[in-house]
Each structure stands twice: as structure tokens, then as C-alpha cells.
Design a protein around this ligand. Structure first.
Ligand code: DGJ
Length: 737
């Protein structure tokens, strides 16, 4: 049983294969968090040892227990904290009542347990899939004055040690209320000193790992950009101070949401650490009439005593078994060639067919036609919103697709559905569909504006245009781009008191378009993108099993980006391509071989003019496409191990991916800067069967290497790297039968 209840002491315990999570309802009907960590048999004992002694909160306590300082909410570990009723820390819920007051005090009312997962109506949600034993606990809490109820859900995925949290707020009172803050997840860790590990960055420098000690007060990650953003990712970890890649406590938190988010960590006066994660209240409010409900996005949490690496692998399993679109979760993805960096806007049918012919002969499986095929779009100043083929430039797209199919390749197409150019027929017909605040000058990003996807008729119009094309042309893949962030949040159809809903309604509209497309075209493969990796989040991953990781395809820079991304997201979700050199983003020249080694640890493809390659490089393309067919299944379901410590040394990076049965895998090593006479290129592999004998296929070593898993993991393996900076090696290994 994943969920057990001890009614006598009103204690709830959620169990996964290696962890437990527990809370109880106290005498005041407050839901008090007990513990989250490694599995324990006897949770009742955990309650008994939780006697805080003579703490002085210097904070008021409920009237019922006047003078009992330890009863103050301010030092109570809670599952879902209210506001303005004694807890001064960052809250989970703030509700403004009809009388203008903002006091919220959610207390326990009831619970129910059911098999399987909750179904959210407008937001992405997890599924049980093939795994048995998935159960959900739903708690009902209520603020007795407003009648606002909070339904907290805890869905337990035992085999991958993940618990998915959800919150539905229902106004069961008589008067209208305003929600000003609804956090999807709260976790109050009673003790411990933690580091916070987050993914920070910028355009072309997304998701670099950053680790710092949690200090007193609040530290946060956030976005108010309307999208999850390049700058901060809606996921973070807390580790104990000494945790490494392989050992120590690591807690991970991911919000399944693609819009404005806020994650806060607060170390309080009693050295307890509170975590909250949810929609960013800065640009949010939601009016709830009596009887109405509001659903918050789901949030995932996991705990591992095997450090950051263990945490990552648990999340990777969860994504692949319970979150990515089931059609694609473990399926091999086509090796693609995208024309963007080969041609930018300057392409013709003949140019595209030439790229496809060369690519097909080298083992590439799909041609993706990027930006510039539609409306009037000679550059990025116009055309967005007019999703009809520019026949003057391309002729008949169905014929182009047939030509590509005749080469044995699939055909894919770029869209930017939420965007609109002022110079477009759509804008001329519906200027009010573009988001801006009347009377206020508006901001442009890449010369474009954003459609108000909170309006169903806007989403319907874009859907109709996309569907028409997908009906007429054999399009098997879409690259869904999104190239600017939100400003001047507003919706022309919302009354003044509901303007705080605009940003969230936009996100819901985006998810709705995804669902409509996938309902109509269930085999469609949609790759997410947002100026590279500006919307790389779990929300998008529920519909897009892969996301273009970054516009920066420089191999060395990609190492940091992909390793950072791997902290939470599986390698199979990261779009990674071999691009031209000098690299278009950095100007760096890197060996073709190395560009392949790094890109092969994601969903693989090319982004260059293959016709410009020399014979040796073309031969390498053939080898890479063949090799990727061997690596892809391992990448799709295997275990990912980062081989060096966070911030360890800048010279070398490495990772290995090992099949679940530990029979085979591969290891990639990248050396950024060569250091003379440096012994550092010895790497200990991880995740192998210590008793098995492995053969390593290293073409740069004379003779094959046949050694035990134990030796590879304890002694390590000496890598021969080519001379110079930006050198790499990818070595496959398998158990000798
Ligand atoms: C940004 C994307 O990240 C690129 O790959 C490319 O699709 C351009 N947009 C096209 O405008």
C-alpha cells in the first residue's frame, strides 16, 4: 500500500520504494508535516520524538491555546499554510474575502484515498501508465470563515520514488473571494542545513547549475515573463551541505507549469526550512464565485539519499513512465536535419530538397523546415499569425513533403502559434487579439506581439489554420517556437477585477492548443522551443517529448547546458544538434566528431548545410547516424550518471548512460581546456554491474579493453583524448557474453 492511515493518531504515511512522507492532523485540526526521507517502518515513533520542548516563537498562537508558545503556527511544520493568522513565513494560500480581509486558516475536514491519479481539466497531469500501485490521497482543508476549501492531492508513484502534489481550491462559501496566492507544493523540513541547487542562465546560456547555502530569510527562483524562461527554471533541489552527486540527502521539486512561477525557500527562526512552489503571485489573482473551483498546476517532489545523481534518475524515470506523452515516452525519435542555420530565411524548394537528398543518403530521417515558409516572411519583421504557405517561395508544400517522403524521410514544420506580427493579415483583421494595455505604449520583442491565448476564439483560429495544413500536407513533426516574453499583461475580454487572470489564462490556452492538435493528430511529434530553451519545463514536456535545448549549439557550451538540464529532465527530452563551425553563437571551432559526441546525448539531429562538409565529415555523419540508433534506446530508458562533481574542475566533464539491465551503455568525456601533462582524464564509471565483465569499444586505443564493472567503477578508466581544447571521446560498452 502506497498510502496508510493510522486513524487513532490521525497520521498519514505515503510510502514509495525507498522513501516515506508523513503528516498528521493535530488537536487544532491543523495538518502538521512530520517527515520526508528514507523509508521508516514505525512513523508513530517519529511523531513521538517530535517534541519541540520549550521553544519561544514570539508569535501569537490560536486563542484555544493561549500561553502555549509551541502551539504557534509560526513554528508549526505545515502541509499547506494560510496567511495572516499566526504564521509569518511564506504562505501557501492567500485568499481575499468579500469584506476585503486577507486572513486564511485552512484546517482539516476529511480525506479520501483512491487508486490512480487525479485528472485535471485544463492543466497537464501525471498518469499511472503501466505501473501498478499508484494511489492518491486527497485531503480537504477549509477556512471556516470564508468557506474556501483546499483539496490537496498527493499521488504516490512508488517505483520511482516520486510524489505529485496538486491543489484545487473550491469556494464553498456564499460570497465571492479572490485568490491572490495558491502554491502547488509546500514542504516544511523541520531540521537540517541545506544547499539550494537551481538552474539559472540567459538566452543561449540556459540552465547552468548553481549551488549555494540556504541562509536565513527567503531565497527564490521565479519568472514573471509569461513563460518559464531561459533565466530560471521552475525546478530546484535542496541537498544537505555535504551531499555530492552520489551521496547525501537530496530533495527535488519541479513545477509542471510553463508560465510565471515562484519557488521560495525560507530558513526560519527555529532553523526549519520551508519550501513552496507554484504560480507566481506577482501577476496572478483569480476571482472565485460561490461554487467555483480553481486548479493549480501539479508539482513533483522526490527524495534520494544518493545525492543529486539519485534525485535526477528518479525524476528521469518519473518523466518517462508517468509524464511524457505515452506515444513517445520511450520511442525512438527520428534523427532530423533542420534548415535554420543552413539557410535562415533564404531557401527554395530546390535548396531544401538538396539538403534532404544529401541527408537521406547519410542516414538522416527527417527534414524540418524552420521559420520563413508562411505568409509574408522574408525576415522576422512580419507574417506571424498567417499560417498559410508562401507559394511564391515554395510552390506546393504537399509536393515538397512528397518529395522528401520519396527520399525515405519524414517532413517536419516550424510554427510559432502564440505570436503575431503587426504586419500580418491576422493583425489587420483582429488587432485586439494582440496583448497590450489600452492607452499604454506596448513593447515588442523580436518585432512581434503575443496573441491573447486566454480567448478561446483566438486559439480556435490558430488551430484551424494549423489543422488545415496538417490535413493537406504529410507533416509528422512540428517545431513549436515562442520567441518573446510577455509584457503589458492584459486581456480585452476580461473585466477590470479579473485582469489578474490573464497570464494564467494564456498558459491554459497554450495547453489547450496542444491538446487539440494531439487529439486530432495523435502521432504528431511536437518539439518545444522558445528562442532555444526558454520554455524547457515539465508543462511543455507533457505534450512535447523533446524540447530544443538552446539556440547555442556550440559543443562545449552545450555540455554545461545539457548537464544542467539533466539535473531534472531526462536526456531524451533535450533537442541537441550538430551545427556548423565556426559556431554561429560563439564563433568557436570544434571538431566535427566532438559536436557529434555531445549532440548524441540528446534527441539527435543536424543544423547545417551538409553540402558544405568535406568527405571525412560526411563519412562521420554516416557513422554518427548509425551509432545513434544504438545509443538511442539506452538514452530513452537508461540511467544517466554525471561523472564529475558540481563545480569540481572546469577542464573535464563527463557522463555515462547505462541500460536498466546494466548490460550496455556509453560514456562521453569532454575536455574543455587542455592542461599539459595532466593526469585528470581518468574517470570512474558509475551504475555498472560490479561483477560483470565489460568490453569497451574505443577506436582510439590499440586493442580492446575487457575489464570488470568493479574495476571501472573503483579504479576508473584512462581516456585517450585527441590533442587540444574541446576534445572528446564517446565510448560504448557492453557485457561480454
Ligand atoms: C528560435 C529558435 O530557437 C531557432 O531554432 C529558430 O527556429 C528560430 N527561432 C527561427 O525564428
Amino acid at each position: 500500500m502506497a498510502i496508510t492511515v493510522l486513524p487513532a493518531i490521525r497520521l498519514f504515511k505515503l510510502s514509495t520504494a525507498h522513501t516515506h512522507y508523513s503528516f498528521r492532523v493535530n488537536d487544532l485540526d491543523e495538518v502538521e508535516h512530520i517527515s520526508y526521507g528514507p523509508e521508516v517502518d514505525d512513523v508513530a515513533s517519529l511523531v513521538q520524538v517530535e517534541n519541540p520542548g520549550r521553544l519561544v516563537a514570539f508569535a501569537p498562537q490560536p486563542e484555544e491555546c493561549d500561553n502555549d508558545s509551541i502551539s504557534s503556527k509560526d513554528i508549526l511544520s505545515q502541509e499547506f499554510s494560510g496567511f495572516n493568522t499566526g504564521d509569518y513565513r511564506v504562505p501557501a494560500l492567500i485568499v481575499q474575502a468579500a469584506d476585503g480581509t486577507r486572513a486564511t486558516d485552512p484546517r482539516f475536514v476529511s480525506y479520501r484515498i483512491y487508486a490512480g491519479t487525479p485528472l485535471l481539466s485544463e492543466l497537464p497531469c501525471a498518469y499511472a501508465g503501466k505501473c501498478e500501485g499508484v494511489e492518491t490521497l486527497e485531503l480537504k482543508l477549509q477556512d471556516s470563515v470564508t468557506g474556501v476549501s483546499s483539496y490537496l492531492s498527493y499521488t504516490v508513484f512508488p517505483e520511482c520514488d516520486v510524489i505529485v502534489r496538486g491543489v484545487r481550491i473550491v469556494n464553498e462559501g456564499a460570497s465571492t473571494v479572490d485568490l491572490s496566492r495558491v502554491m502547488s507544493l509546500q514542504l516544511d523540513l523541520r531540521s537540517g542545513s541545506y544547499d539550494m541547487v537551481r538552474l539559472a542562465g540567459a538566452w543561449a546560456r540556459e540552465r547552468h547549475m548553481e549551488r549555494s547555502a540556504v541562509h536565513h530569510g527567503v531565497q527564490s527562483i521565479s519568472s514573471t515573463r509569461g513563460m518559464s524562461s531561459h533565466m530560471m527554471n521552475p525546478a530546484f533541489a535542496l541537498t544537505d551541505r555535504h551531499a555530492t552527486e552520489d551521496s547525501g540527502d537530496a530533495y527535488g521539486f519541479i513545477l509542471a507549469y510553463s508560465g510565471n512561477f515562484l519557488g521560495e525557500v525560507e530558513l526560519d527562526q527555529m532553523e526549519s526550512t520551508r519550501v513552496v512552489l507554484g504560480i507566481n503571485p506577482a501577476l496572478f489573482s483569480w476571482k472565485l464565485e460561490s461554487g467555483e473551483a480553481f486548479e493549480a498546476p501539479q508539482a513533483f517532489m522526490t527524495y534520494s539519499r544518493e545525492g543529486l545523481g539519485g534525485m535526477s534518475r528518479q525524476f528521469h524515470d518519473f518523466f518517462r513512465q508517468h509524464w511524457l506523452p505515452e506515444r513517445w515516452a520511450l520511442a525512438e525519435r527520428p534523427i532530423l536535419i533542420n534548415n535554420w542555420e543552413a539557410t535562415y530565411f533564404d531557401f527554395t524548394t530546390e535548396k531544401l530538397l538538396n539538403i534532404a537528398r544529401t541527408a537521406a543518403a547519410l542516414g538522416v530521417e527527417m527534414l524540418v523546415l524552420d521559420d520563413g515558409w508562411f505568409g509574408k516572411r522574408p525576415d522576422d519583421f512580419s507574417g506571424l499569425g498567417d499560417w498559410t504557405v508562401n507559394t511564391a517561395k515554395l510552390g506546393n508544400m504537399a509536393e515538397l513533403a512528397r518529395g522528401i517522403n520519396a527520399l525515405g524521410m519524414k517532413f517536419g514544420l516550424w510554427f510559432e502559434p502564440e505570436m503575431i506580427s503587426q504586419d500580418s493579415d491576422l493583425y489587420r483583421a483582429h488587432p485586439d487579439w494582440a496583448i497590450s494595455i489600452p492607452g499604454r505604449s506596448r513593447s515588442l520583442g523580436r518585432h512581434q506581439m503575443i496573441l491573447d491565448f486566454g480567448r478561446p476564439e483566438v486559439v480556435d483560429c490558430i488551430f484551424r489554420q494549423m489543422k488545415k495544413l496538417l490535413d493537406e500536407v504529410n507533416i509528422e513533426y512540428i517545431k513549436w517556437d515562442c520567441n518573446r516574453h510577455m509584457t503589458e499583461n492584459y486581456s480585452a475580454v476580461l473585466p477590470a477585477e479579473r485582469q489578474g487572470e490573464a497570464a494564467h489564462r494564456f498558459v491554459l490556452g497554450t495547453y489547450r492548443l496542444y491538446r487539440m492538435l494531439l487529439a486530432e493528430f495523435p502521432n504528431l511529434l511536437i518539439e518545444g522551443c522558445s528562442g532555444g530553451g526558454g520554455r524547457f519545463d515539465a508543462g511543455i514536456l507533457r505534450y512535447s517529448p523533446q524540447i530544443w535545448c538552446s539556440d547555442n549549439s556550440d559543443a562545449g557550451e552545450r555540455v554545461d547546458i545539457q548537464l544542467g538540464t539533466s539535473l531534472f529532465y531526462p536526456a531524451s527530452t533535450m533537442g541537441a544538434h550538430v551545427s556548423a563551425c565556426p559556431n554561429h553563437q560563439t564563433g568557436r571551432v570544434t571538431r566535427f566528431e566532438t559536436r557529434g559526441h555531445i549532440a548524441m546525448s540528446g534527441t539527435f539531429g543536424y543544423e547545417l548545410d551538409l553540402a558544405k562538409l568535406n568527405d571525412e565529415e560526411r563519412a562521420m555523419v554516416s557513422c554518427q547516424t548509425a551509432q545513434y540508433h544504438r545509443l538511442n534506446p539506452i538514452l530513452a530508458s537508461g540511467d544517466f550518471y554525471r561523472l564529475n562533481e558540481l563545480d569540481d574542475n572546469d577542464a573535464l566533464d563527463g557522463w555515462c548512460v547505462v541500460a536498466k539491465d546494466r548490460q550496455k551503455g556509453f560514456v562521453t568525456i569532454y575536455r574543455r581546456n587542455v592542461i599539459a601533462n595532466f593526469r585528470g582524464s581518468r574517470f570512474k564509471l558509475k551504475g555498472l554491474d560490479e561483477h560483470a565483465i565489460y568490453r569497451l569499444d574505443d577506436p582510439y586505443r590499440s586493442g580492446e579493453l575487457i575489464v570488470s564493472g568493479g574495476a571501472l567503477m573503483t579504479q576508473g578508466f584512462w581516456f585517450e583524448l585527441p590533442p587540444g581544447d574541446n576534445a572528446s571521446r564517446l565510448i560504448e560498452f557492453s557485457v561480454v557474453s
